[in-house]
Design a binder for this molecule. Structure first.
Ligand SMILES: [Zn+2]
Length: 321
């Protein structure tokens, strides 16, 4: 198999400094053994590393069994401000492709890919028309959570098919077929979510979350969105922002408010209490669950979240007295 040194422009390469980085880091830390690298190398299949678990699931759907796919961050990890480790760099420098979301999601990505060295990188949101964040310090920046739209997720699949075909041209027809099959499942999911959310009453379609991660989903399915903070990297509550949200929840008689699994739900439970609403549960957004959890794949994640939204917002009880 030939991995092209110069791609068609889709794949970018980091600065070839991996060995220097690992060398420097090993002076101050104890670097792990290289057994993982040698065992994966013996597998023979090209190695693809994604920045988080949801992208790994999407990548596996396209790769089939031709590529080894793994995520750098583990299920449940906070991914916006993740602090990568020497062993992450070691894994990445042994990879054939790094897959990232882009749109500013992974604040650590540039430093990471530079440290990983001469490894091609593909950004899956290339081609996605971003929604812009409207509030606070993030105003005007793109909202990075585009995978939360099954429509936009299909554009991610196109990027994966292109990148894998460039990495492994002999597998191109298989990647194209896998990509088409996965896109039809995402398209079916889109219809299923639309049908499911349609029945929420018009005056109960305000989705209150911890992070502003549902902008794409809210746009697709005609929901309104309000949140405690725009992105989890800034998961600090200002009393003003919290007060504003409590007022909104009270005013609109929002039956349930939600958080997500990768951050603390403490503040949102307080919003529910202060506004006379109830805490409706935590979504999977920036991470899958572990294999036995309710969101082991992107498709399961969406179904789990929409079930929570529907049961929370369809409630006829309204706010507590
Ligand atoms: Zn997020």
């Amino acid at each position: 198999m030939i991995i092209p040194r110069k791609g068609t422009g889709l794949l970018k390469r980091g600065f070839p400094a991996a060995l220097i980085w690992i060398g420097l880091l090993c002076i101050t830390t104890s670097c792990g053994s290289t057994s993982r690298l040698s065992s994966s190398a013996s597998d023979g299949r090209p190695k693809v590393l994604t920045t988080f678990t949801i992208l790994a699931d999407m990548a596996r759907n396209v790769a089939g069994d031709r590529l080894q796919v793994a995520s750098i961050t583990k299920p449940g990890a906070e991914i916006h401000g993740y602090e990568f480790t020497p062993s992450d760099i070691e894994r990445a420098s042994g990879a054939d492709l790094i897959v990232e979301n882009g749109l500013g999601l992974e604040l650590w990505a540039r430093r990471f890919t530079e440290a990983a060295g001469d490894v091609p990188t593909v950004t899956l949101t290339e081609g996605v028309e971003p929604l812009l964040i409207e509030e606070d310090a993030y105003a005007g920046k793109p909202n990075p959570h585009a995978w939360m739209s099954p429509q936009a997720a299909q554009l991610y699949v196109d990027r994966l098919v292109e990148a894998f075909s460039e990495l492994d041209p002999e597998g191109a027809s298989q990647y194209a077929a896998n990509g088409e099959a996965y896109k039809s499942r995402l398209q079916e999911l889109d219809g299923e979510l639309r049908d499911s959310l349609r029945s929420i009453p018009p005056d109960q379609r305000l989705l209150v979350t911890c992070e502003g991660a549902f902008s794409y989903l809210a746009r697709d399915y005609d929901l309104e969105e309000a949140y405690l903070w725009p992105v989890n990297a800034e998961s600090q509550i200002s009393p003003r922002r919290m007060g504003r949200l409590i007022e909104r929840v009270k005013r609109d008689r929002v039956p349930a408010v939600f958080c997500e699994t990768t951050v603390s739900d403490k503040a949102q439970r307080e919003v529910a209490r202060a506004a006379g609403s109830r805490f409706g549960g935590s979504f999977y957004v920036d991470s899958l669950s572990d294999r036995n959890g309710p969101a082991a794949t992107l498709l399961d994640l969406q179904r789990h979240n929409v079930k929570l939204i529907k049961s929370g917002l369809s409630s006829v009880s309204g706010p507590l007295p």
